[in-house]
Design a protein around this ligand. Structure first.
Ligand code: XIL
Length: 346
């Protein structure tokens, strides 16, 4: 390769490795647009992968533990709570002036066997769930700003899903969970979080009906999380996402994009990476267009720590940074949109 070409390649590599100027990070630009920019965190990798920890601290001002607060991790045996990993993440967040989102109190996945195979009566299950919520939310009172109180309680058809908790406690389990969380930390922002209902359709309508009912009954819910696990061929229209956020806002609810990733067939082509950038940008613009949309989070920072390849074989490259922590086209697209967002739009 001729020296000039070599120099150009080197400059390009540098440019993609080091986003220009500290003030141009996602977290700083998001703050100027009155938004938080977040990511899920693999807490174990915080220790084992210093470059990952540096990337998180540099670019994000909101973190969600990817697994550390899930039921089976945090209460592996009845009444024995293990906060080792969650504590480590909260300390990391405090050291880097990040907000923390607690994830997740009432979900029917990643539940421990002692719970799912315990044959508990409805009263016992209520007591177990109350104790679980009280213990987690009280421990982090004032330190975890928002909680995913309940998740994935609505089916594809828009009807309430039959879950471990709905079967065990009855349909009131959701209202109870929000009330118990509110009692434990009256300042915490309480959220319902789901996937596949971000835009238009039966599921989105079902989520709307569910949270509207909770609002009518004065259940303390503050926000709806739109997960946004999407692919190039299966994603909602950004315009529909904006409309959905607006109708939720009309109920008095804030919104967040909580778990965005855009999976690509591997190896990812340059064309696919460009389309991915467009999709990320469109969803960010939807959020920026609605004052009640308060944050955008991706479900992981770099492709090195992403759930996609394990859960969707043959797919990956879903996040803003590649496996070596280099910024991808989606990162630059998101940054450009944040930069041009009007300050103080919220
Ligand atoms: C995923 C984690 O990323 C994986 O590490 C874990 O094995 C399974 O759960 N929706 C959610 C997240 O709300 O909690 C899920 O996280 C991804 C889908």
């Amino acid at each position: 390769m001729r020296p000039r070409a070599l120099a150009a390649v080197f400059a390009l590599t540098l440019a993609t490795t080091l986003p220009a100027g500290a003030a141009d990070t996602l977290r700083d630009l998001a703050r100027k647009a009155d938004l938080h920019f977040g990511t899920a965190v693999d807490v174990e990798a915080l220790d084992s992968d210093p470059a990952y920890a540096r990337l998180l601290a540099r670019e994000f001002n909101l973190v969600t533990p990817e697994n550390a607060l899930k039921f089976s991790v945090v209460q592996p045996e009845r009444g024995r709570f293990d906060f080792t990993r969650a504590d480590a993440l909260v300390a990391f967040a405090e050291a880097h002036a990040m907000r923390v989102n607690g994830h997740v109190l009432v979900w029917d996945q990643q539940l421990p066997d002692w719970l799912t195979q315990g044959h508990f009566s409805p009263d016992e299950l209520r007591a177990i769930l109350h104790e679980h919520i009280r213990t987690l939310v009280t421990r982090y009172r004032g330190r975890v700003a928002s909680w995913d109180v309940a998740a994935e309680a609505v089916g594809e058809d828009g009807k309430p899903r039959d879950t471990f908790w709905s079967r065990g406690i009855g349909p009131d389990y959701l209202a109870l969970a929000f009330r118990w969380a509110h009692e434990a930390d009256p300042q915490a922002r309480l959220r319902y979080n789901d996937y596949g209902g971000e835009g238009a359709g039966a599921k989105s309508d079902g989520i709307y009906t569910l949270v509207a009912d909770l609002r009518t009954r004065r259940v303390p819910i503050d926000a709806v999380g739109l997960q946004m696990h999407v692919s190039l061929s299966d994603a909602p229209r950004a315009g529909d996402v904006r409309i959905n956020m607006k109708r939720l806002a009309a109920l008095g609810l804030q919104t967040d994009i909580t778990e965005m990733d855009v999976m690509l067939p591997l190896p990812a082509s340059r064309a696919a990476l460009r389309k991915q950038a467009v999709l990320y940008g469109g969803m960010l613009q939807a959020c920026l267009a609605v004052p009640q949309c308060r944050s955008v989070s991706t479900w992981g920072a770099s492709d090195r720590h992403s759930w996609i390849p394990a859960f969707f074989p043959g797919q990956g490259a879903a996040l803003l940074f590649d496996a070596d922590g280099r910024a991808k086209p989606a990162y630059f697209g998101v940054r450009r949109i944040l930069r041009s967002a009007k300050a103080g739009k919220h």
